[in-house]
Design a protein around this ligand. Sequence first.
Ligand code: ADP
Length: 394
Amino acid sequence: MKEAAERAAALREALAVSPDNAPLRRLLARALFEAGAAAEAAREWEWLLERDPGDAEARAGRERCREALAVPAEEEEAAAAPRGRVLRLVEGGRQGAARPRPPRLTFADVGGMEELKEELGRRIVDPFRRPELYRAYGRRAGGGMLLFGPPGCGKTYVAQATAGEAGVPIVVVAIEEILDLYVGESEKHLAAIFAEARRLAPAVLFFDEVDALGASRQQARQPHERRLISQLLVELDGAAADNAGVLVLGATNSLWHVDPALRRPGRFDRTIFVPPPDAAARQAILGLALRGKPVGEDLDLGHWARLTEGFSGADLTALVEEATDRAMQEALAGGKVCPLSRRHFAAARETVQPSTTEWFETARRYAKYANEAGTYDPVLAYLSRQSGRPGRRR
Ligand code: ADP
C-alpha cells in the first residue's frame, strides 16, 4: 500500500507537467485505489470518463471506488427505502447520478459504420425527430430493439450516440447489476427504472447484457431471476403503464442465450447486428486511444486501421496500450520522451490479436443450425463480404 502511495505521488508530479496525459492519469487512478485513496481515485476515473464516456475501465473503476466509499450507507438506505439503489443506474453514459443528463455522443463521434448509422437513423432517430409524420401513418417512436455482436465493438457506444443524435436522454442499466441486488429488490428497481424512463419520455432506455437473463441457463436459473424476467416482460409490454416515447434498446454479445420470451412482438422484437469496427471506425478508435500521447510523424493511422481487421474497440485500445508501454520503456531508458511510432506499433501488433474471430465461430454455428427468421443473416452477409475481400489478415 505504501508502495502504491509512493507511485501515486510520483505520478501526480508527472501529471503536473503533462495534465492531459490520459495513460498517466489511468495509472494514477489505479495506484490511488490500491493505496486506499478511493475518493481521489474516483476523481481521476471521472476525468477519464469525461474524456471518453465509453471508457469501460474508468466506469468500472469509478464504481469500485463508489462501492468502497459508500457500501454501508447504501445498504442501510436500500434496506430502509426500496428505491435507494436505483441510483446505481448509468445515465447519459455516467453512472450513479440520480437524474439522466443529456447524452453527449452523437453519430459524429462514431467512426465509420455508415450502414449501421443509417439503419439506426431510420429506425430510431427519425421517429423521435419527426413524431408528427410517424403519427400520421399510425406509427410512433418507441418499442424495443436488440443490438447484438461481438464484445467491445461499440454496442453501448452506438446506443449512446443514437440517443444523442435523436436529442433524447438515455438511461443505461446493467442487467448484471440489477441481478446482484437483494431478492425482491431487483423487480422493484426495474419497475422504478421504467417509471423514470416514462417520466423522461421521449427517452432511450438501454439494457446492457440482456443475455444475463438467459434461457439456456434455465436449469440453474434462480426463482429470483425468473421473477425479474417476468417483471421485465410486464414492463416491456406496457402492462404496467404506457411506454409511448420510450425506446427500449438491449445489447447482447450472445443473442443465442437471450430468453426467447424477450424477443416476442412488442418486446425486443427487432435485432440489429453491430459488426466489428470497419477501417474508418478503427482509425477513429485508434485516434481516440492516442489522444494526449506523444505521436511520431511516421505513425500512419490509416495504415494501422487497415492492418487491424477483426479487431474490436477493446483490442485496438489494447494495441495502443501495448505500443505505449514500449515507447515508455524507451523513454525511461533514454531519459527523454519518445513519441509513439511505427516500430512500437509493429512490435505491439505481433502480440495483440483480434478477439472477434472466436465470436464469429460461435455465431456461424448458430447461423447454421438456429437461424429461425433469418436472425443471423446479417452476420452471414458480413462474413461473406469479409471473405471476398483481398488481403485480409486474421
Ligand atoms: P460493447 O458494448 O459492444 O461491448 P462498447 O460500446 O463498450 O462495446 O465499445 C468499446 C469501446 O470502443 C467504446 O468505448 C468506444 O470507445 C470504442 N468504439 C467502438 N466502436 C467505435 C466507433 N465506431 N467509433 C469510435 N469509437 C468506437
